[in-house]
Design a protein around this ligand. Structure first.
Ligand SMILES: Cc1cc2nc3c(=O)[nH]c(=O)nc-3n(C[C@H](O)[C@H](O)[C@H](O)COP(=O)(O)OP(=O)(O)OC[C@H]3O[C@@H](n4cnc5c(N)ncnc54)[C@H](O)[C@@H]3O)c2cc1C
Length: 379
């Protein structure tokens, strides 16, 4: 998609040149450590550098320390970000910047905003998400972790799982059941959990790519002050929907725009002979990545009141990302068995159709809310 089709203004193009220049000259060139405190330091140093130069919180409103960029400008930024091969936006700063922070500025108290938002924007605090449980993933409303009100505290007991970066996070967006008699979406609360509180145990889970990016978290009589609840007590489901809306909006943009750059890298690596099956396969992937980019533009620039387009883009992106990584393994042949970023990318790509809503759930949403097919039976 070119500038003419989108009617980018001269100011937009000047912004693009400025972003490109800054990213090329300032992005770290050393590879990111893959896990643990070293990965945290790498990510937060980069975020602090972005913040100092005015490139943090681009989508956040100005009143909360952000820049309030238009969707068009955000698309430009993320395109240049991908082109510069800047650090993955899906690092340990992702949750704080893309959904915990936005949930706090949308639903939090003035005290919560004043304390947390500046720390998120410059990388001083890292957040993780504590929504999923062993028996509550796709069906989040069946979660069982409880918070019992005792005076001005919640006493939390239970377990979360798949909490990305919980081992290095300072805070967790924690969704718990605070009304003991409640069922499903009712009686939940969205709480800011300080990860250093007594009674919290974090047990990292090693994935098949060999890294511990997510963890189980256990809560044993963890006392959280009631003023850490975001929104009203027992109204957590609506706050969680705010979180998920932010997660799906700007957060995915960066990853989707990254796909085209990845395909070009793969083509440069493969240098296929024209007319061969490999050349055709890579040409198909290039075309599909251009399709995802066009869908990303369309979703970002159109009326935000049509939210379910997000599932279409998310699903198309996730399945294409897996096909690109699969093609990379075929291009690399035996070299794909070594410890390269392609190998890790391939192993990590299996999670694309699980994290943030599985492929089946996305298909359900598309079927029911876009195509208008009959709804599946619900309890
Ligand atoms: C890399 C990664 C990072 C993650 N990070 C976090 C995090 O930071 N915080 C957090 O809270 N969670 C996180 N998750 C968890 C993620 O949100 C869940 O894995 C996801 O919601 C699916 O839930 P589940 O794993 O319990 O699978 P289940 O919901 O048990 O699903 C199992 C299978 O059944 C299918 N299925 C379930 N319901 C239906 C249905 N109604 N119709 C058709 N098929 C269905 C699913 O598609 C899947 O194939 C992460 C997951 C991954 C992979």
């Amino acid at each position: 998609m070119n500038a003419m089709q989108l009617d980018m203004t001269a100011e937009d193009e000047a912004f693009r040149a400025q972003a490109r220049d800054w990213l090329i000259h300032n992005r770290p060139t050393a590879p990111a450590p893959r896990e643990g405190q070293a990965s945290r330091t790498y990510a937060t140093d980069w975020l602090a550098k972005c913040a100092a130069a005015g490139w943090s919180g681009l989508a956040w409103p100005k009143e909360y320390g952000g820049h309030g960029l238009s969707p068009a400008r955000l698309l430009i930024w993320y395109e240049e970000y991908a082109r510069a091969r800047a650090p993955s936006p899906l690092d340990c700063t992702f949750v704080a910047l893309n959904h915990a922070g936005p949930t706090v500025f949308a639903r939090g108290t003035e005290a919560q905003k004043a304390f947390h938002l500046p720390r998120i924007l410059d990388g001083r605090s890292i957040w993780c998400q504590g929504f999923s449980e062993p028996g509550a993933g796709s069906d989040l409303a069946s979660l069982k972790t409880t918070g019992r009100i005792e005076g001005d505290h919640l006493v939390v007991n239970g377990q979360k799982i798949w909490s990305s970066y919980a081992d290095i996070a300072d805070y967790q967006e924690l969704l718990i059941r605070t009304d003991p008699g409640s069922k499903r979406h009712k009686g939940l609360s969205w709480v800011i959990c300080d990860m250093t509180l007594p009674g919290i145990t974090v047990r990292p889970i090693r994935n098949m790519a060999g890294v511990t990016h997510f963890a189980e978290v256990f809560y044993d009589d963890v006392r959280i002050p009631l003023d850490a609840v975001v929104g009203e007590v027992n109204d957590g489901w609506s706050v969680a929907m705010t979180t998920l809306a932010f997660e799906r909006r700007t957060a995915a943009m960066a990853l989707q725009l990254d796909l085209s750059v990845k395909v070009e890298e793969l083509i440069a690596l493969a240098r296929p002979t024209p007319g061969t099956a490999t050349a055709e396969r890579l040409a198909d992937l290039r075309a599909e990545a251009a399709g995802v980019r066009a869908m990303t533009y369309r979703t970002a620039l159109r009326d935000p009141d049509t939210p379910f387009d997000g599932s279409l883009v998310r699903l198309t992106f996730a399945e294409l990302a897996q096909r690109i990584e699969r093609a990379a393994m075929d291009v690399l042949g035996p070299d794909g068995l070594t410890d390269s970023h392609w190998t890790h990318g391939y192993l990590e790509s299996y999670s694309e159709t699980i994290a943030g809503g599985t492929a089946e759930i996305q298909r359900n949403i598309i079927a029911e809310r876009i195509l208008g097919l009959p709804r599946e039976a619900r309890l």
